[in-house]
Design a protein around this ligand. Structure first.
Ligand code: HMG
Ligand code: MG
Length: 311
C-alpha cells in the first residue's frame, strides 16, 4: 500500500442507511443529514431511491431530498432506480447519476425487485439507453456477492456474470455487494479477483454490510487486491428490507479511521462525520453502531486519537 493512495468513499447512509428504519426519517431530517455529510467532505452521497413506495415507503420524498442539492454540480448524488418509471421520476427530480441494482442470486432478485436476474438486466437496458441520452451516469450494484439470505452460498461465477453484464451495458462502476455480511477476507478477495478478470479493477467498488463484524476486514482484503472505492453508511446505519437479518453497512467513520491510520487520503473530516453520526442516531433515538462515533460521543471529541496521528 502506498502512502499517497487515495480511496473514494460512496456514502450510502441516506439511502441504504434509512431504507429499513421502522420509523422513517422525514424529508427535512434527510436533507440535514446529506448537508452534514457534504460538510464532512463526502463527495459522493446516495441520497435516495425512486422505487415503489409500496415496497420501500421510507424512501418517499427522495425527489425533494435530491432537489435540495440540484445546484451542487460538483458532487455525485446517485439515486436507486429499478425501472423506467423510477428513471423518469429521478430525471424529473434532476438526477445526474442513478444506480441500478441486480443480484447474483435468483431468489434475492425475486424478493427484492420481483423478477429474475435476466429480467432485471432486460429492464435496465432501456434505463441505460435513456440515461446515456440524458447524460446521466449509471452505477450498478450486484447484491449477494458473498451469500444470499434465501439460497446461502452464491457461486462467484454468478457474481462475475452479472457484474460483466452491467459493465457491458454501460455502468461506469460496479458495486460488488455483501448484502448480508457473510463474506470473510479470503472469500472477499477471491470474488473481487474473479470479477476483476472481466471488469477492470478501476471500475469496481465494494459495498459491505457488517452483520457478522467482517466489514473492515473484508474492505482491507479488497483494498489489498486493488479496489479503491468503498460504500459506507454514517453511523453504521442500514439494512435491506428484503434481506432479513442483514444489519447496517460498514460505518463510514470506522472506515475513515482505518484509512486515515493507514495514511490513505479520503478527504473526509472525521470529527464532522462523527457529529453527523450522533445527530442522526439521536434523531432515530438510539446510539450509533460504529466504534468511532461511540468513542467520540464519550469524550466529546477530546483527545480523539487522530489529533495526534493526522499529519
Ligand atoms: P412490481 O410490483 O413487480 O412492479 O415491483 P410493477 O411494475 O408491477 O408496479 C407495481 C406498482 O408499483 C404500480 O403501482 C407501479 O406504478 C408502481 P400501482 O399501479 O399498483 O399503484 N411502481 C413504481 N412506483 C414508483 N417508482 C417506481 C415504480 N415502479 C413501479 N420505480 C419494483 C417491482 C421493482 C417496482 C419493486 O419490486 C420495488 O420497488 N423494489 C425495490 C426494492 C428496494 O428498493 N430494495 C432495497 C434496495 S436494494 C438493496 O438494498 C441492496 C443494495 O444496498 C446492495 C446490497 O447491499 O446488496 C443496493
Ligand atoms: Mg446494501
Amino acid at each position: 500500500m502506498m502512502a499517497q493512495d487515495k480511496v473514494r468513499i460512496v456514502e450510502v447512509g441516506p439511502r441504504d442507511g434509512l431504507q429499513n428504519e421502522a420509523s422513517p426519517l422525514g424529508v427535512p431530517a434527510r436533507i440535514a443529514m446529506v448537508e452534514g455529510l457534504i460538510a464532512a467532505g463526502l463527495r459522493a452521497v446516495e441520497v435516495g431511491s425512486f422505487v415503489s413506495p409500496k415496497w420501500v415507503p421510507q424512501m418517499v420524498g427522495s425527489d425533494e431530498v435530491l432537489g435540495a442539492f440540484a445546484h451542487r454540480t460538483d458532487l455525485r448524488l446517485p439515486v436507486l432506480v429499478p425501472n423506467m418509471k423510477g428513471f423518469a421520476a429521478a430525471q424529473a427530480a434532476g438526477a445526474r447519476e442513478i444506480a441500478v441494482f441486480a443480484s447474483a442470486s435468483e431468489s434475492f432478485s425475486q424478493k427484492n425487485i420481483n423478477c429474475s436476474i435476466d429480467e432485471s438486466l432486460d429492464r435496465f437496458r432501456p434505463v441505460m439507453e435513456a440515461a446515456v441520452d440524458a447524460g446521466i451516469a449509471v452505477r450498478g450494484y450486484v447484491s449477494c456477492a458473498w451469500g444470499c439470505p434465501y439460497e446461502g452460498a452464491v457461486d462467484p461465477a454468478a457474481v462475475v456474470r452479472v457484474s460483466k453484464a452491467l459493465h457491458a451495458m454501460g455502468c461506469y462502476e460496479i458495486s460488488v455487494s455483501d448484502t448480508i455480511g457473510t463474506g470473510t477476507p479470503t472469500a472477499a478477495r477471491e470474488v473481487i479477483e474473479a470479477v476483476a478478470g472481466s471488469v477492470p479493477m478501476t471500475a469496481l467498488a465494494v459495498h459491505v454490510h457488517d452483520t457478522y463484524g467482517q466489514a473492515l476486514a473484508n474492505i482491507l482484503a479488497c483494498l489489498q487486491a486493488g479496489v479503491r472505492v468503498f460504500d459506507a453508511s454514517v453511523g453504521g446505519l442500514g439494512g435491506c428490507p428484503y434481506a432479513e437479518g442483514a444489519t447496517g453497512n460498514v460505518a463510514t467513520e470506522d472506515l475513515v479511521f482505518m484509512l486515515d491510520g493507514m495514511g490513505i487520503h479520503t478527504g473526509v473530516d472525521l470529527r464532522r462525520l462523527c457529529t453527523v453520526a450522533l445527530d442522526v442516531s439521536g434523531t432515530l433515538g438510539r446510539p450509533p453502531s460504529s466504534h468511532v462515533a461511540r468513542v467520540f460521543a464519550q469524550n466529546g471529541g477530546e483527545g480523539f486519537p487522530f489529533d495526534t496521528r493526522l499529519t
